[in-house]
Design a protein around this ligand. Structure first.
Ligand code: FES
Ligand code: FES
Length: 167
């Protein structure tokens, strides 16, 4: 039986013959979803961050940011996934975390940016009132080599404020 999952709200079926050792990252990128990037390919840099719908401690739905470079396709069979391509509104308006990153100049080459945006989006979805220590801890799983973290942290705080006021 083919592997299936939901990606940004749409069903995806993994073609027969696809190696079960294919990473989710490689599968996404081969299919043209190139927002998630390969940096370290070993779960350390966050460039490949996507989100998976999981359960919180009370059993309720909770999105979690995960590294797609160390997830194999069979591990996401039947799951619901979201990539950075799924964040913008249907009309194309950027997600508040994306807007904040742009306006705070939190991106230079942009290689790390989708990963940061995914981490921030799902941190604040789970913890809207995350404090500074929690924010820094969450961003510890994302590496940027060129912008510097001052602007990224400013973008993160702005994103948190924007998301708090969303209806
Ligand atoms: S490429 Fe996945 S964490 Fe670095
Ligand atoms: S903007 Fe270049 S690595 Fe972060």
């Amino acid at each position: 039986m083919p592997l299936r999952f939901t990606l940004n709200g749409a069903p995806v079926e993994v073609p027969d013959g696809t190696s079960p050792s294919t990473t989710l990252l490689n599968f996404l990128r081969a299919g043209g979803r190139t927002g998630a990037k390969e940096g370290c390919a070993e779960g350390d840099c966050g460039a490949c961050t996507v989100a998976v719908l999981d359960a919180d401690a009370a059993g309720g739905p909770a999105w979690r940011a995960v590294c797609s470079c160390i997830l194999l396709l069979p591990q996401v069979d039947g799951r619901e996934l979201r990539t950075v391509e799924g964040l913008a509104a249907p009309g194309g308006a950027l997600h508040p975390a994306q807007e904040a990153m742009v306006e705070a100049l939190g991106s230079q080459c942009g290689y790390c940016t989708p990963g940061f945006v995914m981490t921030l989006t799902h941190l604040f979805a789970a913890e809207p009132n995350a404090d500074e220590a929690t924010l820094r801890e969450a961003l510890g799983s994302n590496i940027c080599r060129c912008t510097g973290y001052v602007k990224i942290l400013a973008a993160a705080r702005d994103a948190q404020a924007r998301l708090r006021t969303q209806p």
